[in-house]
Ligand binder design. Structure first.
Ligand code: PEP
Length: 257
């Protein structure tokens, strides 16, 4: 196991648990994370719970992520939240380019790259999401589509020594109960690693590539045992600390791969 690619398990709470329930969930995550020192555990609550969850996880091994960031530091952008604000709130990570934002908020590859750049400028590590639709997969376009998404932010992540994460999330597997099998996931993860390697071997070595899409306690071990799968971005199953903890535990068990 490459030490710069420690397993990373991130929970995307989406638009759930934005208040008291978020604090309780965070408390339960702290409890299991203390027993898993070899795994990096990250939680991404809604904006409204960030400050309270930051207090809850303070001094624990759990790190805080936001689910989105605006590229500008401040300005007349009603409803948006900037990198300096997230940093002040206690975030160390931020999810960018999630397919739900690309799909419902028309975020382009270029805008996602701007967000990744703003995150890095504000001491936040981006988890940059990529992935194809079912139609694109069935048309045999998966690698072309994912490469185009990666190419858009490749220079941004190559220009920093920081260890960002890329999450490969096939859109057809998000929240659907359908998962890419380990062979399908590994094929795309290995391709992403090879594109990073071509840019710089050091970049390929320090970048964690997470799998996301209906990851559950039952399928986590097989996915996390793939050589180029360095962790998981978990949606639905991260709302239950028992399931999320079991996924983190599967990552611990797979770390000797
Ligand atoms: C996600 O939201 O990033 C995700 C992968 O969701 P789910 O695990 O519910 O498919």
């Amino acid at each position: 196991m490459n030490p710069s690619r420690r397993p990373l398990i991130a929970g995307n709470w989406k638009m759930f648990n934005g208040g008291r329930a978020g604090v309780e969930l965070a408390e339960a995550c702290v409890a299991f994370a203390r027993d898993l020192p070899s795994v990096d555990v990250v939680v991404a609550p809604p904006y409204t719970a960030l400050a309270a969850v930051a207090d809850t996880i303070d001094g624990s091994p759990v790190a805080l992520a936001a689910q989105n960031i605006h590229p500008k530091d401040n300005g007349a952008y009603t409803g948006e939240v900037s990198g300096p604000m997230l940093e002040e709130c206690g975030c160390t990570w931020v999810i960018v380019g999630h397919s739900e934002r690309r799909q419902y908020f028309a975020e382009s590859d270029a805008f996602v790259a701007e967000k990744a750049s703003a995150a890095l400028a504000n001491d936040l590590l981006p988890i940059i999401c990529v992935g194809e639709t079912l139609q694109q997969r069935e048309a045999g376009e998966t690698l072309r589509v994912v490469k185009q998404q990666v190419d858009a932010f490749l220079d941004v992540i190559a220009q920093t020594p920081k260890a960002v994460a890329i999450a490969y999330e096939p859109i057809w597997a998000i929240g659907t109960g359908k998962t890419a099998g380990p062979t399908e996931a590994e094929e795309v993860h290995a391709a992403i690693r090879s594109w990073l390697e071509k840019k710089s071997p050091e970049l390929a070595n320090r970048t964690r590539i997470l799998y996301g899409g209906s990851v559950k306690a039952e399928n986590a071990a097989a996915l996390l045992s793939c050589p180029n799968v360095d962790g998981a971005l978990v949606g639905g199953a991260s709302l239950d600390a028992g399931s999320f903890g079991a996924i983190a535990n599967a990552a611990r068990a797979a770390r000797g791969k």
